[in-house]
Every structure is written in structure tokens, then in C-alpha cells.
Design a protein around this ligand. Structure first.
Ligand code: PMP
Length: 387
């Protein structure tokens, strides 16, 4: 008997592929998975333990426990000002929120615009809706910021939504205020939904204040805002994300979520609420560490022949231009990452896994220790110099 075309047609993420390849080896130094190396702040863990001990082991409301929805609404009281009862939904990571948003907004055959290089899961998620991906390249020469003119040119009568991820995984680019405004005006004019994945919005290192697409007049009505606790509080394994949108969208996303993940554990939700209310200073400390590591990795890249970098302004990824090195070694970016792994044990991700315009680049996550970054570059240096 045949399995479904959907299941058979879906590819796995290149990030996981590299991760799995590395598991076969010893003494590797990994720059692959986009997850903080920090453990979740201690008070959040203690709050979850207290809840488990108190017997909170039951099903919870589909849209999430009220305490967490209220904590999220308070956290967003200066910007999005959502109604915690009707405009917030808790999801199984931001991953599920993006999927539910797409299922809610998009029909099979509709087009979804993706600014690429982009997080690989978006490709699979759009495919799961039976929708068609239209890639708009964010070019290195423009600091990986999308050009609103190219966005306009990609819009057709079938375009239903745009996924906007700032700060970006994999490039670390943060969309500046003017570009954000131009994109907002364009999408308002065309009546196109935005899925604004702002999961890295607390991890911004530049001088300029962060601009969210939701801050422009009327935009919130056509936006599903997505964020989560994975990156903000180093809670990747807890699987907690959230969506904020108009009540009708949230109602429909919740129906879909009910039929998929159903609901999330009460202890993790209450612990996340506790984190939002009491642990925000810890985020500042983590951000300072990432900023220091970003500066470290960028200077090491600059010192390495054949590699260069457009300094990322946010998230914790370096999208390294390795075109010269690829050419020298006669390899594409996938071949380069594999060769680097097999010869040095350094694990990176080929840029081609983030969209066709990522070819010639490699992504390195610097959410790892300073020491690992330095040791990794000693090996990369030796590889580049042919030692
Ligand atoms: N969006 C982006 C851009 C990401 O990089 C990631 C995680 N790598 C996610 C969403 C998903 O995060 P979560 O752990 O909350 O599912």
C-alpha cells in the first residue's frame, strides 16, 4: 500500500541531517542547532517542579492556561495589547504556531511568499498546506534585508500570506524601520496576511530600537504575531510558543491546535508565566553573552582566508560567505560542510538548505561557548590552510 504523497514528498531539515551525521563521529564541535547552550533559569525550573509536585498532571484548555495568556498580554501591553481571552493562543513551540497560522490563512493552491534564506521548517510547513512557495531573496549586498520592490513583484492574485522573520534565522538580519514600513504599506494596500515570526526579537544587538511590522497602523488586523519561550528563556525542550492575532484567527487556530497537539502541560505553562513576570533580567544577561560571542565569531571569520561575514544584528547565527572557499575546494556548500565535518569534526549547516540563494554560504550558530568557538576556528583555520 502507498503512503501519502504529502508524507513521501516532505524533505527533512538540512540542520537535522548535519546533526545526525555528527552523531556518528567523536570529538565534534557543533555550530548546528539553533538552541541556547544555557539551561533554563533556575526559578522557572523550580516553579515547574512545584506545579508537578502539586499534582498538575491533567489536560488544560486548548488555547492555553489563563495565567499564561494573561502574563503574555501583560508582557505585550506596550505594543500588541492583546485581549488574553480571545487574542492569544499557546502552542507547542513557535513551530506549531506557524503551522496553525498557515493552516488558518492558506488554502491549497494559494501562494505564500517566503523571504529567503529562511528557516527550513517554513518550506515543509507551507508544503503541508498544499500551498505554493514564492521565494523573495534577501541579498547579502543589502545586508540580507528584503527589497520591498522585489516583494511587490512577487505578489500575484494568488498570494495569501508573507512570512516575515526578523531577526532572521539564518542570516541574523534585523529589518530596519523604513523597510518595515514600506513592507507594511505594501501588504496593507494588497490585503495580504503577515505571519510575523519574531521569536528572536529579544536578541537584538544594534543601537537602533527593534521595529515590529505590527507597529504600523492597521497591521495587527492582518498579522499573526508569533513568538515563544525557546530562545527568550532557553526553554527549547519545554515546547512552548504563542500566537497573537485577531479573535477570529485565534479561534480558528485553536480549533486546529485542538485536533493536533490538543493542549500543553500546566506546569510548563505556569513556569513560563512565572518567567515572564519575574525573570526578564536574565534575558539581558544571555543577550550580552550572545553579543560577545557574535563579536568573537565575526572576528575569527574575518581572520579566516576564504570566509567573510556581514555582521548579524540579531538572533544567534552567522551566515558565512564561503564562496571563495567552496571554489578553492571545488565543492558546493553542502559538500563543503560534509568535508569540514569529516576532516575536522566541526559541524556547520550548508546555506543551500535555507533556500536556493543560500548556496555558497554556511550557517554557524554561535549559541555555544566562547571556548568552543575558538577551538572550532582553530580547526577551520587548519582545514582552510590545508594542514
Ligand atoms: N522560528 C524560527 C525562525 C526558529 O529559528 C525556530 C527554532 N529554530 C522556531 C521558529 C521554532 O521555535 P520553537 O522551539 O518555539 O518551536
Amino acid at each position: 500500500m502507498e503512503l501519502s504523497r504529502l508524507a513521501k514528498g516532505l524533505g527533512g531539515s538540512v540542520i537535522r541531517e548535519m546533526f545526525n551525521e555528527a552523531l556518528k563521529m567523536e570529538d565534534t564541535i557543533s555550530f548546528t542547532v539553533g538552541e541556547p547552550d544555557f539551561t533554563t533559569p533556575r526559578p522557572i525550573i523550580e516553579e515547574a517542579c512545584r506545579c508537578w509536585e502539586a499534582g498538575m498532571t491533567h489536560y488544560t484548555p486548548n488555547s492555553g492556561v489563563g495565567e499564561l495568556r494573561r502574563a503574555i498580554a501583560e508582557y505585550h501591553q506596550e505594543d500588541l495589547k492583546p485581549d488574553p481571552d480571545s487574542e492569544v493562543m499557546i502552542s507547542c513551540g513557535a513551530t506549531e504556531a506557524v503551522q496553525m497560522a498557515l493552516f488558518t490563512l492558506v488554502d491549497p493552491g494559494d501562494e505564500v511568499i517566503l523571504i529567503t534564506p529562511a528557516w527550513p521548517n517554513y518550506f515543509g510547513q507551507i508544503a503541508m498546506c498544499g500551498a505554493v512557495i514564492r521565494e523573495v531573496p534577501a541579498r547579502e549586498e543589502n545586508g540580507f534585508i528584503p527589497d520591498p520592490k522585489e516583494l511587490r513583484a512577487a505578489i500575484t492574485h494568488k498570494t495569501k500570506a508573507v512570512i516575515l522573520n526578523s531577526p532572521s534565522n539564518p542570516t541574523g538580519a534585523v529589518i530596519d524601520r523604513d523597510t518595515c514600513q514600506a513592507i507594511a504599506e505594501l501588504l496593507a494596500e494588497k490585503g495580504i496576511y503577515v505571519i510575523a515570526d519574531e521569536i528572536y526579537s529579544r536578541l537584538v544587538y544594534g543601537e537602533e530600537a527593534y521595529t515590529s511590522i505590527t507597529s504600523f497602523p492597521g497591521m495587527m488586523e492582518q498579522t499573526v504575531y508569533i513568538s515563544g519561550f525557546s530562545k527568550m528563556f532557553a526553554m527549547t525542550g519545554w515546547r512552548l510558543g504563542y500566537a497573537i492575532a485577531g479573535a477570529e484567527i485565534i479561534k480558528n487556530m485553536t480549533k486546529l491546535h485542538e485536533n493536533g497537539a490538543s493542549c500543553l502541560p500546566e506546569p510548563s505553562q505556569l513556569a513560563a508565566a512565572y518567567g515572564l513576570r519575574r525573570c526578564l533580567p536574565e534575558i539581558g544577561n544571555m543577550r550580552e553573552s550572545y553579543k560577545r560571542r557574535r563579536d568573537l565569531i565575526c572576528s575569527l571569520i574575518d581572520e579566516t582566508p576564504g570566509l567573510s561575514i556581514k555582521k548579524p544584528e540579531g538572533a544567534f547565527y552567522a551566515f558565512v560567505n564561503a564562496k571563495e572557499l567552496c571554489e578553492r575546494k571545488g565543492l558546493d556548500s553542502r559538500g563543503l560542510c560534509m568535508d569540514l565535518l569529516r576532516k575536522t569534526g566541526v559541524v556547520t549547516v550548508p546555506g543551500s538548505g535555507f533556500g536556493s540563494c543560500g548556496e555558497g554560504f554556511i550557517r554557524m550558530s554561535y549559541a555555544t561557548s566562547d571556548e568552543a568557538i575558538v577551538r572550532g576556528f582553530e580547526r577551520i583555520r587548519a582545514y582552510v590552510e590545508g594542514k
